[in-house]
Write a protein that binds this ligand. Sequence first.
Ligand code: ADP
Ligand code: MG
Length: 309
Amino acid sequence: MMNEFQIIQDFFNQQKMHRDDVTLGIGDDAAIVSIPADHQLVITTDTLVENVHFLANTAPFDIGYKSLAVNLSDLAAMGATPTWITLALTLPQKDPHWLSEFSRGLMTLAAQYNIELIGGDLTRGPLTITIQAHGVVPNHQALRRDQAKPGDLIYITHTLGNAALALELMQQNKIIPESLSTCLNRPEPRITIGKKLLTIAHAAIDISDGLAADLSHILAQSQVGAEINIEQLPISKQLLEITSPEHALTLALTGGDDYELCFTIPPDKIQMLDFDCTCIGHITAKKGLHLRYANGNLYAGTLRGYQHF
Ligand code: ADP
Ligand code: MG
């Protein structure tokens, strides 16, 4: 019989890598870690619920991978270096194959960023995964949503819309290319870019609910507005091959799950951007989000992103 402690031992306490700053990991009532000198602790948590955040037929490896990826994306948006995670897992039953694959997906990404799993919880119920991710950032340097300034240029990393299209096609039971399903199931947290942005960007956010919704958070918290040229939005070639330009635009603006970064920088810093990113507009003192075609006409499509309530 595999009891609770055996599950933890067999599937979650097998990490090879151990960090020097972990005094006490899995096995006691709580974990103990040391924060490096002159750094602040950055903490985030995200829950994934079956049929809400992923389809029931998603591979367990991908569920493990994505549960961590979405948390790391939040740390990336703060410019933090990830260090430790805890995992609260609610399972309908104990399924060794599922647990093994889930754990492998989670640990694959954790190993990539030198992250140690230092504790968690295990309960029975509808499949739900909650990860709390911890990271560190040099004192007072974290990227925030409330520091965008009029005149800043607005940038997006990589491309938008692929994950939303993948979800749409899967919901229609269509076969989709693996490169597209990877965008949905194994998003790459932009940790390296976030760290580079620490000394460059004024504000940053990760795009989980669609560009329009997430950029609006920066605008509201920084008390500024933005002018966006929608013809400059980075949309992948692949997206344009599969769907119409109009639909691609809707997906880029309102589709969720891309986990790219949107950041604002003063114009004199653009030569420091040595990674894949695209300027889509600028921050204005006048409030409001204005999306325009290159000819100046306002974009009239929907801007509403995914909302749970
Ligand atoms: P307690 O009853 O004191 O809360 P638990 O029985 O929940 O302790 O957990 C025992 C140990 O295993 C703790 O150190 C806890 O952090 C760890 N743990 C529990 N669930 C997980 C999990 N899913 N992944 C990693 N560690 C876990
Ligand atoms: Mg406890």
